[in-house]
Design a protein around this ligand. Structure first.
Ligand code: ATR
Length: 281
């Protein structure tokens, strides 16, 4: 990849940052589309997030992705935010505008929807969705599903109070279910979405009986390491369409690339293969 003196520069800001897949994703697209630009990792200490963001216009950067621990700092620091960022309370994409202002976006929610639609035909929320977990990913998922028109969201979390806080901010379509009753909320659901870390490498599997879930339901696991979680394996065994979390990671990157580099990138198997090759031990 080459860059000229007039190339555009963006990156990803986090601490630590070495684990981030974003440089590979954007690097693949930069090369594929022959863009005069670069995408670099920024290792920014937790206390320096706001100052680093404010320096972006001065340095002439096009913008940056923001990851742990800076997503809330970015939310507070930017000059304007999109509706998704406002609802989710976190910014993961910052664009430096022509006048030097910082615009903040949250692309996790559109990334999830784009991935669902790409994986499950023309996916629409035709029935209640069952969501597990109440962290930042669940917040993004709830916003996305309600935006898409979900008639009802059943939400179960080990710590019930966190699910109740989410229900309070997203309104009456979100119904909180006790964690021990999570299997029963699958009855009649069109989507089962795991946003907890259960099933991730090094974590216990998600303990969930799928008997009540219609086989027409899509089962989406936000976990992508491993790609095939015990939940997805069980879902596919009984005939449900299983969707892994890697696609969301790829799709959430697209809006930033488009804004910084002026090309709408495609999420396809070639990109997925590049990222998977980087993940193998
Ligand atoms: P993220 O921002 O990716 O959503 P997070 O905020 O750390 O990550 O949320 C992790 C989610 O996994 C939470 O819903 C958490 O449940 P609690 O709110 O009760 O902590 C859930 N989780 C993690 N380990 C769990 C376990 N062993 N059993 C049940 N839920 C678990």
């Amino acid at each position: 990849m080459t860059i000229s003196g007039s190339g555009r520069v963006a990156g990803v800001m986090g601490w630590p940052i070495a684990h981030s897949r974003s440089p590979q994703i954007h690097g693949h697209w930069l090369e594929r589309y022959g863009v005069d630009g670069a995408y670099v990792p920024f290792a920014v200490r937790p206390e320096n997030g706001a100052a680093a963001l404010r320096a972006l216009p001065m340095l002439g950067f096009a913008g940056t992705n923001v990851t742990i621990p800076h997503k809330v700092t970015a939310f507070e620091t930017v000059d304007r935010r999109d509706a998704a960022a406002d609802a989710i309370g976190a910014v993961n994409t910052v664009v430096v505008e022509a006048d030097g202002a910082l615009a903040g976006f949250n692309t996790d929610a559109p990334g999830l929807l784009a991935h669902l639609r790409a994986s499950a035909g023309d996916w629409r929320p035709w029935a209640p969705a069952a969501v597990l977990g109440a962290g930042g990913s669940a917040r993004a998922a709830l916003f996305a599903l309600l935006e898409a028109g979900a008639p009802e969201i059943r939400l179960a979390n080990r710590t019930r109070a966190k699910a109740e806080a989410l229900a309070a901010s997203f309104g009456p379509k979100v119904k909180v279910v006790d964690w021990p009753e999570r299997a029963e909320m699958l009855d009649g659901a069109g989507l089962l979405l795991n946003t907890t870390s259960l099933g991730m490498t090094g974590q216990p599997p998600l303990d969930l009986a799928l008997d009540d879930l219609p086989t027409t339901a899509v089962v989406y696991d936000i976990v992508y390491a491993p790609l095939e979680t015990p939940l997805l394996a069980a879902a596919r065994d009984r005939g449900n369409l299983g969707v892994d979390g890697l696609g969301m990671l790829l799709h959430q990157a697209a809006p930033g690339f488009e804004r910084w580099f002026g090309v709408t990138p495609v999420v396809d198997d070639a990109l997925r293969d590049v990222i998977l090759a980087g993940m193998s031990p």
